[in-house]
Design a protein around this ligand. Structure first.
Ligand code: UGY
Ligand code: MN
Length: 268
């Protein structure tokens, strides 16, 4: 997965203007909600303005309102030139992954600023004042949740996926990177998972963690419970605790997905 091959422009572009020929069929969609999972395809997205965000449209893909109740939100935000963000509610932490364009972020140092581009991300702990702005426009993916560790002290994080170490996953062939430190101060993590065409998950996973997934590149088949979904870049998936999940990458280009996982859940 070399640095030059990043092109996530399809994720937003395909919902704005294009639709694959199948998606053009009146009323046809692969997307929908089931009891324990959902597939949200680009043609399912509903864009709307969101309180406090200026010059921005958001499409909320996963929210507490899903059957069973997700413990996080995952949304796309399409920031037009000169857009700016609102702060999350008190107690809510936020991770932003850049898909498109250039995003100006504030950093904790007084007056600190940085410009982020596709494949870069920033994490703000709960109640950390910050700003996200853009002069030329940006497409971002946002994860938020109520911080849930009593006495925990998560810290500001910023980085680029290609500069993160690859982590070992015994028994699996996919390439794994994690955006946040694996310490007891963080109650979720965001994984980036890469598969070459023909590679698949070895474990047919059933676990108590929840997931929110956005396929950033490639195509394949996602099995969720008893359904097998053809999926492609731009598709989003919600997985409830204990839903059976399995992915096989197909086609001619590598698959990459970004995945929320609530890492600190008391199973009792
Ligand atoms: O870490 C995970 O649970 C991950 N391997 N799940 C997934 O890809 N559906
Ligand atoms: Mn999983």
């Amino acid at each position: 997965f070399d640095e030059k091959s990043y092109d996530y422009s399809m994720v937003l572009a395909c919902s704005r203007y294009q639709a694959a020929s199948f998606a053009d069929l009146p009323g046809f969609t692969r997307g929908g909600y089931q009891r324990d999972h959902a597939l949200i395809t680009p043609e399912n997205r509903v864009w709307a303005s969101f309180p406090g965000w200026s010059q921005t449209l958001t499409a909320h893909l996963i929210a507490k309102a899903v059957p069973g109740g997700a413990n996080f939100v995952m949304y796309l935000a399409d920031l037009k030139p000169n857009a700016s963000s609102a702060l999350p509610a008190p107690g809510v932490e936020r991770l932003v992954f850049v898909l498109d364009g250039a995003l100006n972020i504030s950093t904790p140092q007084p007056g600190g600023k940085r410009e982020l581009h596709p494949d870069e991300f920033v994490y703000y702990p709960h109640d950390a004042p910050h700003s996200l702005t853009t002069s030329s426009g940006a497409g971002i993916l946002v994860f938020e949740r109520h911080y849930a560790i009593k006495g925990g002290k998560p810290t500001f994080q910023v980085g680029k996926v290609s500069q993160l170490p690859v982590l070992p996953v015994p028994g699996e062939v996919f390439v794994l990177r994690k955006l946040l430190p694996q310490t007891a101060d963080f109650d979720f993590n965001i994984h980036i998972m890469d598969f070459r065409p023909g590679e698949y998950l070895n474990v047919k996973e059933v676990h108590y963690n929840q997931h929110g997934l956005l396929l950033l590149q490639g195509q394949g088949v996602y099995r969720l419970a008893d359904r097998w979904y053809p999926v492609q870049a731009g598709d989003a998936i919600w997985m409830a605790p204990f839903v059976l999940q399995w992915y096989a990458a197909l086609g001619t280009i590598d698959s990459r997905y970004i995945l929320y996982k609530d890492t600190i859940v008391d199973p009792l």
